[in-house]
Design a protein around this ligand. Structure first.
Ligand code: ADP
Ligand code: MG
Length: 706
């Protein structure tokens, strides 16, 4: 790897104070430090960035007469009556009054000393949540103290923060610790790594101010924006965190871009021959994506490009044309798929397209063993005879060596992590050169999110489906109308079409999962005696599963009952009907992927979503999205709204989900400005980047490290 990267440097002056261990604070010993470590708090800085979950207003005393049930408040009053009562349980009831009204304090646990203290005439200051009880308003187990002398006047001078709890560290302790950290930060002036002009442009407060505000909001602070995470002080911190993530990905990208790759700038003879042999012309969107890929490939540094395209948008042929660029330049291309079935399907397509050009295609999956596998490995290592290799994870295994690899294509990115991509890059390393990377995904991601999650990648979008596809008609039906659906299947298959029936997903148990599939298979086979009904589920051996799928593909089966094993990539253009049972339990992305299995031919296709009542509001919303749109980007956008980005992207693949302050959906409007700020930081403030990354990403996995 080249050394050109601006690696985070040693901490500049001023950073040290924040990075001091918590034990540097007064009263923090080893045992407390250990408990804090469970909250992920090791340094003074970690304490500063431990943000309150919510706040309590103890800045003023509320007249009891104005107190409402559900309200948390400070009240003060004189004890009028205290008695131990037996209502199911022994309990101490204390009535206090302040002239505006009265309130009962209810204690189920109390000491003799407490009981002695709470006598008529004593003034008490209490805090707690009021609720309606049998005796009118009451507070169960309030925090309380006697209110006498000067103390009686005193209230808290800021809102009281409530921190995420950890075992053995009380809220009171956390408040003391954060106060100490804030005082220390103020004394040492906590370093703001965001340049002042940037903050002014954004209208966001400086760091010290933001931290002071979120830990100790002043009396009268509006709690609504604070509790919604929308206060400028919180947005300032979220912005900084998003920026740190963005910079981390940008640095990774720079690191990779600084490497050398084989420039692939072929005359295009092979590509022209493949195009001439295809029964179709590329769509405008395919052409655009391909042109972007070809421009990257011609450069002497590695391409890092993500091609996003809805199911069926034709990504595979774009991949094949890219592979030919490598081959024409005398190098190898590898295509990696997430499942054996998909790898085999890709291998078949590539065979069909490339064999006539005199180019053999090697398939390497986990299924290959012994001598056959060794022969394949030898050929791949030699390079000359095997210009194109298709495979699964097996491509990572030890012993796999590529002789002349210049392009790695990864299909269905969401199944692979960044780390696997990086591993493949290492595999392809030879003579100081690294392979170009082309990543293809059918999970379209809204633009701002893509820019954030894939800041290390360039993105091309295939936003057009090949012509002649009739959009899939989606209907939503209660499962009580099963008979109608069975009649539909009979009609479609009677007309020579094929159909899928996807069985419910029973998450807790694979066993139940396949039992349900078997039962459905039996029932459908019985109800449809004239049809040939097959069954595919996760319990079948890969060979059996493959045999069933192949039979369906050949047309030897009319109806395929399956669990979600058919989710990714199966291409059977004659299938025109898909029934999805218990659709209310599935996510939008999955439903959309499944639906993408039909509508691949010219025949009008439909998708029946069967649900079991009652529908939750979320499930109802999802089914409505499915019914009203076929557009993967729209589905994805709605999915993001409904579920949040964690599930959409898959948690393993980005570091985004472990953010401390920022939330991608809530803070999405900051993202474009985060991009711009990243440019400014890289160009004008490179020295601030290291400390910023240490603050937010710390020693946790950085993308740059493999
Ligand atoms: P996906 O983007 O989901 O991977 P595929 O690459 O599997 O889609 O393409 C789906 C189907 O569309 C395949 O049968 C493929 O041959 C066909 N196809 C691809 N591009 C075109 C095109 N421009 N015109 C017509 N059919 C196309
Ligand atoms: Mg595909």
């Amino acid at each position: 790897m080249n050394g050109a990267l601006p690696r985070p440097r040693a901490a500049p002056p001023g950073a040290d104070a924040e990075l001091r261990p918590v034990t540097a604070l007064k009263g923090v010993g080893e045992s407390l430090a250990q408990k804090l470590a469970k909250l992920g708090i090791e340094s003074v800085q970690d304490l500063l960035f431990l943000l309150p979950l919510r706040y309590e207003d103890r800045t003023h005393v509320v007249p009891i007469g104005t107190l409402r049930a559900g309200e948390r408040a400070v009240v003060e009053g004189e004890v009028q009556l205290a008695e131990v009562a037996f209502r199911r349980r022994r309990q101490l009831l204390v009535r206090i009054a302040d002239g505006s009204g009265f309130l009962t304090l209810r204690f189920f646990y109390f000491s003799a000393q407490q009981q002695a203290q709470l006598t008529r005439g004593v003034r008490l200051r209490c805090y707690g949540e009021a609720r309606r009880g049998t005796l009118g308003l009451e507070i169960v187990h309030p925090e309380y103290r006697r209110a006498e002398g000067e103390d009686a006047q005193r209230t808290e001078d800021s809102l009281t923060p409530v921190y995420p709890a950890t075992e053995g560290v009380q809220q009171g302790r956390l408040r003391i610790l954060t106060a100490l950290a804030l005082a220390e930060a103020e004394r040492q002036s906590v370093r703001d790594w965001l340049p002042g002009e940037l903050l002014r442009d954004l209208g966001l407060p400086p760091l010290a101010e933001a931290l002071a505000y979120v830990h100790r909001p002043p009396p009268g602070a509006d709690l609504a924006p604070l509790e919604a995470g929308r206060h400028p002080a919180q947005r300032r911190l979220a912005f900084e965190e998003l920026l740190a993530h963005q910079l981390s990905l940008r640095l990774l990208r720079r690191e990779i871009r600084a490497d050398a790759a084989w420039p692939l700038a072929p005359a295009g003879t092979l590509a022209a021959r493949l195009r001439a042999s295809l029964p179709f012309a590329l769509t405008g969107a395919q052409e655009r994506a391909l042109a972007e890929v070809m421009a990257d490939l011609a450069a002497p540094s590695p391409m890092l490009r993500l091609v996003q395209g809805d199911v069926g948008s034709g990504k595979t042929v774009v991949a094949a044309l890219a592979a030919l660029a490598a081959v024409e330049c005398g190098r190898q291309a590898v295509l990696m798929a997430p499942t054996e079935l998909l790898a085999e399907q890709h291998a078949q397509n590539f065979e069909r397209w490339l064999r006539p050009l005199g180019l053999p295609v090697a398939l390497l999956t986990g299924r290959l063993t012994g001598r056959v596998r060794q022969a394949a490995l030898d050929a791949i290592a030699a390079g000359n005879d095997v210009p194109v290799v298709v495979g699964t994870h097996a491509l990572f295994q030890e012993g796999v060596r590529f002789g002349r690899l210049a392009l790695a294509i990864i299909d269905e990115q969401h199944r692979f992590g960044v780390h696997q991509r990086m591993a493949l890059r290492e595999k392809g390393r030879a003579d100081g050169r690294f392979p170009h990377q082309l990543i293809m995904t059918a999970t379209p991601i809204p633009r701002t999110l893509a820019m954030t999650a894939y800041a290390d990648l360039d993105v091309s979008v295939i936003d057009e489906l090949p012509p002649g596809r009739t959009p899939v008609r989606t209907v939503v039906m209660a499962e009580t109308r099963r008979d109608e659906v069975v009649a539909r299947i009979e009609a479609a298959c009677g007309a020579g079409r094929q159909a899928y029936w996807v069985c419910p997903l029973i998450e807790e148990s694979e066993e139940l999962d396949f039992q349900a599939a078997e039962a459905t298979h039996r029932a459908l086979a019985e109800a449809l005696p004239k049809l040939r009904v097959g069954l595919a589920h996760g319990r079948l051996t890969p060979a059996k599963k493959e045999a069933v799928m192949a039979a369906f593909k050949r047309g030897a089966l009319d109806l395929l009952v399956a669990t979600t094993v058919i989710e990714v990539g199966v291409d059977v253009p004659n299938a025109s009907l898909m029934v999805i049972e218990n659709a209310e339990r599935m996510g939008l992305a999955q439903l959309h992927q499944l639906r993408g299995r039909v509508g691949r031919g010219a025949a009008e296709s439909s998708c029946v979503l069967l649900y079991r009542a009652p529908l939750s509001p979320l499930a109802r919303e999802r089914l409505e999205v499915m019914r009203t749109t076929n557009d993967g980007f729209e589905v994805s956008r709605r999915d993001l709204e409904l579920r949040g980005p964690g599930e959409l992207l898959g948690t393993r693949q980005t570091g985004l989900m472990q953010m401390k302050v920022a939330e991608l959906v809530r803070d999405a409007d900051l993202l474009p400005r985060v991009q711009q700020a990243a440019e400014v930081m890289l160009a004008r403030h490179p020295d601030n980047i290291g400390p910023l990354l240490r603050r937010w990403i710390g020693a946790r996995e950085r993308y740059g490290k493999v």
